[in-house]
Design a protein around this ligand. Structure first.
Ligand SMILES: Nc1ncnc2c1ncn2[C@@H]1O[C@H](COP(=O)(O)OP(=O)(O)OP(=O)(O)O)[C@@H](O)[C@H]1O
Ligand SMILES: [Mg+2]
Length: 306
C-alpha cells in the first residue's frame, strides 16, 4: 500500500534523505470515515433515476457492509448498470439518498446517517464528492484502458495525477498490483499487446491503484472469450477472500454462488428479491427470479406453471 511504502519524514538529527512523497498525510486516505468490518459502508435509500421520461430505477433501498460481496443479477434493461453508475455518481440520481461511511453524498452532505444536520460549504462538498469517487473503483465490461499508455502508466496515472503520489511510489505500487493480478512481466506492454483476460486483470489493478474502499464491476467477464473468464474471476475471488467490499453485476452464476455474501435480483428498476446465494439460487421466493434463473442455469428451480 502507498501508505506503508512511504518513507517517514526525516528527524532533524537525521541526514537529509530524499523522500518519495510529501510527508503530509494523504488527505484521500487519512480523511476517510472509519467503518469497522461488517458495518454499513454504503447505504442507499429510495434511489430513483429517470432518463427523460424513462423511469429506470424505481426506488432502490439497500445496504452494503464493509467487506461484503454483493452480486447483482437480473434481466437486460432492468437497471443494473444504471444502479452501479448512480452508486459511483457517473450518473446523478434523480432522487433518493446515498450515505458512504455515514456521510451523505448525493444531496450534498447535509443530513448524516446518525441524523445530525451538517451543512457543508461548497468546497467541503466538492472535496467529499471527489473523495467519494476515488473511494469507488469501477471495472467495466470493456476494460477502458488507455491504448497509448503502457500498462504501468495506465495503473499509476490516477494516483499521480489525482492524489499527487510521486512517480516512484506510484510505480512501486503498480508493480505490487501487477504481481497480485499475475502480470508483472507486462508492465511495459501496451494494451494492444495483451489478451482480453490480461487487459481486464490490468483494469482491476488500475482500479485498485487508488486504494478504493469498494470495487464495482459491471459484467467484467462478458466481453471475454470463454477460456479467459476463469483468470479474471480468480483475481476477483482473491480480492473477495481478502475482504474487499465489492458490488458485482455478472451472469457468472457459479462464481456468484461461490463468492457472494448476498445476491440482489434487480428487475424493472427495483430489487425484487435479495438474500444469500443459497436462498436465491436454490429456493427463490419470487416467480420472476425462478423464471430468470431457469433461463440461464441448467438445473435451476423451474418457474411454476402459470
Ligand atoms: N444514458 C442513458 N440515457 C437514456 N437511457 C438510458 C441511459 N442509460 C441507460 N438507459 C436505459 O435505462 C434502462 C436500463 O439500462 P441499464 O443499462 O441500467 O440496464 P442493465 O440491467 O444494465 O441491462 P444489461 O443487462 O443489458 O446490461 C434501459 O432501458 C436503457 O436503455
Ligand atoms: Mg448493464
Amino acid at each position: 500500500m502507498t501508505r506503508s511504502t512511504r518513507k517517514q519524514p526525516a528527524s532533524p538529527a537525521a541526514p537529509a534523505v530524499p523522500v518519495l512523497d510529501p510527508p503530509t498525510p494523504d488527505p484521500f486516505l487519512s480523511d476517510r470515515p472509519v467503518v469497522p468490518p461488517g458495518k454499513p459502508l454504503i447505504e442507499v435509500e429510495d434511489l430513483h433515476k429517470s432518463f427523460g421520461g424513462l423511469h429506470v430505477l424505481r426506488g432502490i433501498t439497500t445496504t452494503i457492509k464493509k467487506g461484503e460481496v454483493v452480486v447483482v443479477i437480473g434481466p437486460s434493461g432492468g437497471g443494473k448498470s444504471t444502479f452501479l453508475r448512480c452508486l459511483n455518481l457517473l450518473e446523478t440520481p434523480t432522487s433518493g439518498r446515498i450515505w458512504f461511511g455515514g456521510e451523505e453524498i448525493v444531496s450534498g452532505g447535509s443530513l448524516q446517517r446518525d441524523g445530525t444536520d451538517r451543512r457543508l460549504s461548497h468546497r467541503a462538498r466538492e472535496r467529499n464528492l471527489n473523495r467519494y469517487r476515488s473511494d469507488m473503483g469501477m471495472v467495466f465490461q470493456r476494460f477502458n484502458l488507455f491504448p497509448h499508455m503502457t500498462v504501468i502508466d495506465n495503473i499509476s496515472m490516477a494516483p499521480r495525477m489525482i492524489r499527487g503520489v510521486s512517480r516512484e511510489a506510484a510505480e512501486k505500487k503498480a508493480m505490487e498490483l501487477l504481481e497480485r493480478v499475475g502480470l508483472p512481466d507486462k508492465a511495459r506492454a501496451y494494451p494492444s499487446q495483451l489478451s482480453g483476460g490480461q487487459m481486464q486483470r490490468i483494469a482491476i489493478a488500475r482500479a485498485m491503484a487508488m486504494e478504493p474502499r469498494v470495487l464495482l464491476f459491471d459484467e467484467p467477464t462478458s466481453a471475454l472469450d470463454p477460456e479467459m473468464v476463469g483468470e479474471v474471476l480468480a483475481v476477483m475471488q482473491e480480492l473477495a477472500a481478502n475482504h474487499m467490499t465489492m458490488v458485482i453485476v455478472t451472469h457468472e452464476m457459479n462464481f456468484a454462488r461461490d463468492v457472494a455474501d448476498r445476491v440482489l435480483f434487480l428487475e424493472g428498476g427495483v430489487i425484487l428479491e435479495e438474500g444469500p446465494p443459497s436462498l436465491i439460487f436454490e429456493n427463490p421466493s419470487q416467480p420472476r427470479t425462478r423464471d430468470f434463473l431457469s433461463k440461464i442455469i441448467s438445473g435451476a428451480p423451474e418457474a411454476p406453471a402459470k
